[in-house]
Design a protein around this ligand. Structure first.
Ligand code: AMP
Length: 593
């Protein structure tokens, strides 16, 4: 498939903000191109480009192309100087536009190019993360320049947006899911463009349609890969989707929680009686056991098995199942006193590459297991939570303190009992409680209202950095004053304030330094104007503050008073940051006092 065809779809998608219209455009495109033709590889590449990424969500490789490298690539492709490109950038304000203008000029002069295909673009860009060593900059620049040289019309703009990892055509997960259903499962509906509505064309109506949507969602939950889901849907239909099962050894996206400000409200939300568990302040581990082979994934689906030989040993020894998949929180504790320690105490273990055995002794963790999704040939995703908890007890008949245990648990309908349990959890040094619906299935990757967390409100938010400023004076050479964003209801990042305090100038002071944060942010720079730097959302900070205020200065409508950086949350992706719903809730609660 020609890349130009995909670009014309991008342009159509860009022209509307209506979700159903986007779904319709996407579905029509996929149906025309892929229901009968197109290789699986091409389908998968197209879907990835539509989501603005080159790798599946569990693959954390990034392209590592800063705007500086992009300037070099444009200069090379257009046969001009970097200064000229930067001049144009100042005028046009967008590197994509600069590339479109300069590359078109060059083209008239040379008339040499080949037509780009979707696979050309994907195959070329996927090479970028692997390029290392001395001449890596030149090699990367050459690769991107080679694409730009062959690009025509608006193609350079979308190539560069993909390269800079900021596509912005707004294909959210739900839109992609619905579009695959419309394109390949022949639902009995039509899209009424004029009224922007769905019309059901068969008796079965909405219920039948919802079943098809559920089949696509379930298949995506299990595979985390729309390429696979689309290919099965077009070749084997809904029956094929329903036959997809969980695969041990392959990470599953983890289930997430919503938030309420009181235990009573949380219990109302999930329904009574509810299950309450301590909410531990450690980090998430999804553990797959296949006989003696144990694999550990983080919440971001990174494989961290090597870093945790102690956890591997405990699971082998204490978990009584040949095969299973369990969901846990690993909590650090002080080996001398046995007392629990907060997350940052063990966070260093995630990145550690050497002295691993020593680290395991110095910074031990206890596994607090709270869910089981698979056991000896049986998938439990749709099994009600209460029953999953019972199955969990079967694989871990007895808690082994400081090694592996089930999370502290209470089933109750009573506000007072719930409140007391919450107080106990806080008194024991944990973060709060998780309130869970007893009858609910496990929904990978979803923040549905069947898990609700309750923790003291005025603590911290996890926010992603979207902009910064180059410092001056003794801070020159470092990025300072970071603009932070939370997530709005559609998953878009909206700004909520700036932070410059809480970071250290010197390594000796401990904590996060400006230098360190600058190094982490550099590969994500997408644009620079004077001292202002725009950044692709990548690095998540935990930020404390005194108060939330309503404010027209930021996109979220809120601002944080006296924010300060607590730490970098390496375990969080941008999609995990605090939602606007949580901000609203915290604001309301603060007002109530
Ligand atoms: P938050 O990170 O504040 O959105 O809270 C969700 C996180 O709490 C999960 O991703 C887990 O890592 C952690 N957690 C701690 N204890 C539990 C528990 N009992 N059940 C589920 N998640 C838990």
């Amino acid at each position: 498939m020609r890349y130009a065809d995909l670009v014309s779809l991008y342009l159509d998608l860009e022209a509307t903000t209506k979700r159903l219209e986007k779904t319709h455009l996407l579905a029509r495109f996929l149906k025309e191109r892929f229901s009968k033709n197109g290789s699986r590889e091409e389908l998968s590449a197209t879907l990835q480009l539509l989501q603005g990424r080159l790798f599946p969500p569990w693959d954390k490789r990034t392209l590592g192309m800063s705007s500086n490298l992009v300037v070099k690539a444009i200069a090379a492709a257009a046969g001009t100087t970097e200064e000229h490109v930067k001049e144009e950038w100042k005028q046009l304000g967008d590197l994509g536009k600069v590339a479109v203008a300069l590359v078109a000029k060059k083209k008239q002069a040379t008339l040499f190019s080949r037509e780009l295909s979707v696979l050309d673009v994907v195959t070329t860009l996927r090479k970028l993360p692997g390029i290392e060593g001395e001449r890596s900059v030149e090699t990367k620049v050459k690769l991107v320049a080679s694409l730009l040289t062959s690009a025509t019309g608006e193609e350079p703009r979308f190539i560069l947006r993909t390269v800079l990892e900021e596509l912005r055509v707004g294909i959210a997960e739900g839109t992609m899911r619905d579009a695959l259903c419309w394109a390949f499962l022949n639902p009995q509906i039509t899209y009424d463009m004029e009224n922007n509505d769905i019309v059901f064309t068969s008796e079965a109506g909405r219920a039948a349609y919802n079943e098809l949507i559920t089949a696509v969602q379930d298949a995506y939950d299990l595979t985390s890969d729309f390429g696979v889901v689309a290919d099965v849907a077009r070749t084997k239909g809904v029956a094929g989707l329903r036959a997809i099962t969980l695969e041990l050894g392959k990470p599953l996206r983890v289930m997430l929680a919503q938030r309420e400000s009181t235990v009573a409200a949380a219990m109302d939300r999930v329904g009574r009686p509810a299950a309450l568990e301590y909410k531990y302040d450690g980090f998430r581990m999804q553990i797959h056991k296949q006989g003696s082979q144990i694999t550990i994934f983080t919440r971001r689906l990174e494989n961290v098995t090597k870093q945790f030989p102690d956890v591997v040993a405990s699971v082998k020894k204490h978990i009584k199942a040949r095969e299973c998949l369990i969901d846990c929180e690993a909590v650090g504790y002080d080996p001398a006193s046995g007392r629990y320690k907060p997350f940052q105490y063990i966070s260093q273990r995630i990145r550690r590459k050497y002295d691993i055995a020593k680290m395991a002794e110095e910074l031990p963790v206890e596994l607090n297991v709270f869910d089981i999704l698979y056991v000896d040939g049986e998938t439990l995703l749709k099994t009600p939570f209460k029953e999953r908890r019972a199955r969990l007890r079967e694989v871990l008949p007895r808690d082994v303190p400081r090694k592996v245990r089930l999370s502290a648990y209470l089933e109750t309908s009573d506000d007072k009992a719930g409140e007391a349990f919450y107080k106990d959890s806080l008194a024991a040094g944990h973060e709060g409680v998780m309130v869970k619906a007893l009858s609910a299935p496990y929904r990978p990757g979803s923040r549905v209202g069947t898990w609700v967390k309750v923790k003291p409100v005025m603590d911290t938010f996890d926010l992603v950095i979207v902009a910064a400023e180059w410092g001056e004076g003794k801070r020159s050479g470092w990025l300072t004053s970071f603009t932070l964003a939370c997530q709005d209801d559609d998953g878009a990042f909206v700004t909520i304030g700036r932070v410059g305090t809480g970071l250290k100038e010197l390594e000796q002071e401990g904590g996060v330094t400006f230098r360190e944060l600058t190094e982490r942010l550099k590969p994500h720079i997408t644009a620079e104007h004077g001292r202002d730097v725009a950044l692709a959302p990548a690095v998540v900070l935990e930020v404390a503050f005194e108060e939330i205020q309503q404010s027209p200065s930021y996109e979220s409508g809120y601002a944080l008073r006296f924010p300060r950086v607590i730490r970098v949350r390496d375990d969080r992706s941008p999609e995990d940051v605090t939602s606007i719903e949580e901000v609203r809730l915290a604001f309301e609660q603060q007002r109530r006092g």
